[in-house]
Design a binder for this molecule. Structure first.
Ligand SMILES: [Ca+2]
Length: 267
């Protein structure tokens, strides 16, 4: 959608600084609200998107998730990238990280999109080569999370009202140590592509928007989407499962692993 790019560049280098100084309210919520009436997307890397984050009262998950923000390894790995982000953000005990190009990296433990499948329980849910071909359903994502010591609660889009979704999501986003991921249809949000999975990092009450940390980072920046639009995008049917998409709440159910700084194997 052209408007997506328009929004991303809305406050780009071509925007006159004098105009910025003269229109401080431009950065207030008023303008964001005006834009939100169009139902369009607001990207985090716009001035309005940044302001929404500053004004958010439900952004407890933003920093832990942003510290673990990864790009999906292939076109079908949005669920795997999301899984890895959440497991790392929860600081669960992780396997040894594969050593690709950085000597010494092997001596640390953290989840990657490869080693997250070293847990044999994950293969009972779905194998990585299958995910690489066709992605995963909401249930398969739930199963992968459940392969690890976390509690998961899955909600299909047609099982919850907009109010219930908003309440559950906002409550989670105000709490540390738990996270929410969404499975939605991109086209329903005026984005290109089909079904997609990514974590949610914050909520802005006045605009009624959630911030999605889109793991297809090569494609889209993190984006603020209206709650109702996201809910509608989760009520779409996944042709593989025959069920609607939805969201998953993830919480720790066992003792956390050691903090990262304490996790080297060889030191
Ligand atoms: Ca949380």
């Amino acid at each position: 959608m052209p408007y997506i790019h328009c929004l991303k560049g809305f406050f780009g280098v071509g925007f006159p600084l004098g105009a910025l100084a003269a229109a401080t309210t431009f950065f207030s919520y008023g303008i964001a609200q005006a834009q939100s009436k169009t139902g369009e997307l607001i990207f985090l890397d716009s001035e309005v998107g940044e302001q929404l984050l500053f004004d958010s009262q439900a952004r407890r998950d933003y920093i832990p998730l942003s510290l673990e923000f990864v790009t999906q390894d292939n076109l079908a790995y949005c669920g795997v990238a999301t899984l890895v982000m959440i497991l790392n953000a929860l600081e669960l005990e992780a396997p040894e990280a594969p050593n690709h190009t950085i000597p010494g990296l092997v001596s640390y433990r953290f989840f990657t999109q490869e080693n997250v499948f070293e847990n044999e329980k994950t293969h009972e849910v779905i194998k990585p080569e299958v995910v690489a071909k066709q992605g995963m359903t909401l249930e398969e994502l739930e199963g992968l999370f459940a392969s690890y010591p976390v509690e998961v609660q899955t909600f299909h889009g047609d099982e919850v009202s907009l109010q219930q979704f908003r309440q559950l999501a906002v409550q989670n986003l105000q709490q540390p140590g738990n996270f929410i991921v969404v499975n939605y249809l991109r086209r329903s949000l005026e984005q290109k592509g089909g079904g997609h999975i990514s974590p949610v990092a914050a909520y802005h009450e006045q605009s009624d928007r959630f911030l999605i940390l889109d793991v297809a980072r090569y494609r889209y920046s993190p984006v603020w989407v209206e709650a109702e639009a996201l809910w509608e995008a989760m009520k779409t049917v996944d042709s593989v499962s025959g069920k609607t998409r939805g969201f998953i709440l993830i919480d720790v159910r066992s003792l956390k692993g050691a903090a990262k700084a304490d996790r080297p194997l060889n030191q």
